[in-house]
Write a protein that binds this ligand. Sequence first.
Ligand code: FE2
Length: 361
Amino acid sequence: MDNENLFDSVNAVEYYVGSARQWAYYHQQALGFDLVAYSGPETGIRDRVSYLLRQGDVKLIFTSFLNYNSPIADHVRLHGDGVRDVSLSVENLGDTVEFIRKRGIARVGNTVRIKGRDGVMNTAVVSSFGDTLHTLEETADYGSDIPPNFVEVGSRAKPVGLKKIDHIVGNVEDRMMNSWVDYYVKGMGFDQLISFDDKDISTEYSALRSKVVHYGNRKIIFPINEPAIGLKKSQIQEYLDYYNSPGVQHIAIETGNIVKTVEEMKKRGVEFLPTPSVYYDTLLERVGKIDEKLEDLRRLNILVDRDDDGYLLQIFTKPVGDRPTFFYEVIQRKGATSFGKGNFRELFKSIEAEQARRGNL
Ligand code: FE2
């Protein structure tokens, strides 16, 4: 069997958090997600509550525990609020599980049939870095967007224009990046995209190495970072110290109009990393002609980078929870297929300023 048509796309991202209700509220109010469905004691689930939110094609689930001895509580105590499961839609679960088992590299559990009101869903769980999972979901015989044990809520928010997940980045320990690249490439049939080395992505202090794996001509994109030695503590190491293991560092979500999206998010109180004003003094010399007004980008701190295929605009939020771990990126692609390598330097200076304020540099 070849490695084609094993995975469709990222289905949903589930977070384990201290208060699912508050995470859901923040994502509704500040990030413009609709509340779609709820699961908890009222729907027959005794030990947890989950909220399913949606904007464009982006589906997020926030789950919290109701009992002190819950494995969700253990996860939150160890990692803080963070991503537990990046679920992947699959065409044929049997074929996909067989492919992964034959390779003998990635760990995949048994196939489980979940019966719901709307049909049967076949799932199997792949373990990835740290406590992160990929639940594989085959939904051909499942006739609904609402997962089993959830009830539809249907509470509409005012969207900010977020459309789809562009990429999801993992941070792993020093010298572990290559084995996790192998895990996805040799173990799960992904391809490797491009690589940076630590000379590319470093400032005076924070250094990292990064490789990108993807599946199905970029339908699923997972960059993987590891810390590299700099003069002071790498921002990846700071993440690992607070998350207490490898985990998901950021999710980049695509918008069709980053100026409008970021303007609206800022109005609603979302905090982004600042960009030094000097960045914009020489921006057009670096990236050439762009459609957006330089003044809008400067005012909103939006970054721009160009590659052989075009350019991209991007901006990063401050950490979403209490620990300096998980954050979002908002990205608009105008042809560019890369990830903003030219901005890493600028971005890191900004991240390091924040890191220094926390006493972790
Ligand atoms: Fe990114």
